[in-house]
Design a protein around this ligand. Structure first.
Ligand code: UGA
Length: 446
């Protein structure tokens, strides 16, 4: 099939590439000329395991093309995928200007019937707005061309995006058109072989499914972080509690890891957007507001431990001139994405208190440099060991695999004080105390 994608960011690039790899002809359109030129040279704008060779292969074999020419894109695909960003507005609601601009572009240039697919995460009611936008442009040019709008939300996880796309656990198709449904079924046929993964529903339900999924997962995490806060106050160990409750299949082991807060481009934005959607229709989502509030507090948790340890209450200048080694900057492992990363909240608090940071991340160093530029209180170090040089304490913000079994003797040797603040519960408190390392972790006693 011939497919066009608008917006070659995370979702657009991964989904377009995986569809091309399954044999479809996919044209990728983006307004960012540098991004398009780089993609043609095999330079991928994001770090995502397995993506670069797949882009290169499908580009070389001619199934994947990159262009800034939107008119060409409109003519190319029978299916027109909108995968542009929906950044949060000032009040937290999703900003639809880019989505609607693409809808307008499609309507302006279309000369045959099209199926327009919303792939971006968009609030309930967006498909109606896309339909109205397209129709008004067609009316203005007195065109009687037909089109339909489908909601087909994406559920890929950063760091596992290629695999998630190749082996989706569900393919949600929101449509009121039998013709559009057939197009979508044919498109996804290569991914729907072993058991039925396609779930067809009305458009609004599909739009809400995406938010409900992310909000449910964010709720699980905030719930566990709240349990962790209770556990540490009553002298329980949240890791035992996690094992204990996860064994109930109704609860399950996934997404119940306590930590220093969820980040990324999806959960924080989507929880806020659904809160706004509900507010706008006169319904207050008490649960989602609490999910957000708990997460906000959790991102300040590591600094609270640090304040306690260095007794900032008695001496507000206690961190002046101190140096902290920070391991892990990305919002989760296997990505270089720093959006809403807990490490940012932590580092900004440390800097505000006059401390210096020596940071190491296996992938997010360039991105950190891009965000913070050169500043005298941030040193980006080449290895996790060099980040420890002459530091006063170690802080862990992301659970990269390479942090799981460090040389503790070396850590002790290099730090001025043997203390670790661990936002991801990577080590056993008993083992740390047997090594005479002071260990602060989440929900396991203070
Ligand atoms: C999330 C969803 O998991 C995807 O299904 C969805 O498609 C995607 O958003 C999206 O809307 O595009 P992603 O943002 O890549 O994917 O990241 P997750 O793996 O979900 O992790 C989000 C955050 O939750 C991370 O900061 C992670 O550290 C945190 N987390 C996750 C926990 O603190 N505890 C857990 O048990 C799990």
């Amino acid at each position: 099939m011939k497919v066009t994608f608008y917006g070659i960011g995370y979702v657009g690039l991964v989904q377009a590439t995986v569809l091309a790899d399954a044999g479809h002809d996919v044209c990728c359109v983006d307004i960012d000329e540098t991004r398009i030129n780089n993609l043609k040279k095999g330079i991928i704008p994001i770090y995502e395991p397995g993506l670069t060779p797949l882009v290169e292969k499908n580009f070389a074999e001619g199934r994947l093309t990159f262009t800034t020419d939107a008119q060409f894109g409109v003519e190319f695909g029978d299916l027109q995928f909108i995968a542009v960003g929906t950044p949060p507005d000032e009040d937290g609601s999703a900003d639809l200007q880019y989505v609607l601009k693409v809808a307008e572009t499609i309507a302006t240039h279309m000369t045959t019937a099209k199926v327009i697919v919303d792939k971006s995460t968009v609030p309930v009611g967006t498909a109606d707005k896309v339909m109205a936008t397209v129709q008004s442009v067609l009316d203005a040019k007195s065109s009687d061309l037909t089109f339909s709008v489908v909601s087909n939300p994406e559920f890929l996880k950063e760091g596992a995006a290629v695999n998630d796309c190749k082996r989706p656990d569900r393919i949600i198709i929101g449509t009121d058109s039998a013709v559009a449904e057939e197009f979508m079924r044919e498109l996804y046929a290569p991914f729907n072989r072993n058991h039925e993964k396609i779930i067809v529903m009305d458009i609004k339900s599909a739009e809400l499914t995406k938010y409900a999924a992310n909000c449910m997962l964010a709720t699980k995490i905030s719930f566990m972080n709240e349990m962790a806060n209770i556990a540490e106050r009553v002298g329980a160990d949240i890791e035992h509690v996690r094992h204990g409750i996860g064994s109930d299949p109704r609860i399950g082991y996934q997404f119940i890891y306590p930590g220093c807060g969820y980040g990324g481009s999806c959960f924080p934005k989507d929880v806020q957007a659904l809160v706004r959607t509900a507010d706008n229709i006169g319904y207050e989502s008490k649960i989602l507001k609490a999910v957000e509030a708990v997460n906000y507090a959790q991102k300040h948790k590591l600094f609270a431990y640090i304040s306690k340890h260095f007794d900032l209450a008695t001496n507000p200048n206690a961190l002046q001139g101190k140096t902290f080694a920070v391991w892990g900057l990305s919002f989760k492992p296997n990505t270089d994405d720093m959006r809403e990363a807990p490490s940012r909240v932590l580092m900004e608090q440390l800097w505000a208190a006059g401390a210096k940071v020596q940071a190491y991340d296996p992938e997010a160093m360039e991105e950190t440099q891009r965000i913070y530029g050169s500043r005298s209180d941030l040193s980006l170090m080449g290895t996790k060991e060099s980040a420890l040089n002459n530091a006063d304490a170690l802080i862990i913000c992301t659970e990269w695999q390479s942090f799981r079994a460090p040389d503790f003797a070396r850590i002790k040797e290099q730090l001025s004080e043997a203390v670790i603040f661990d936002g991801r519960n990577l080590y056993e408190p008993e083992r740390m105390s047997s090594k005479a390392i002071q260990y602060y972790s989440i929900g396991r006693g203070l």
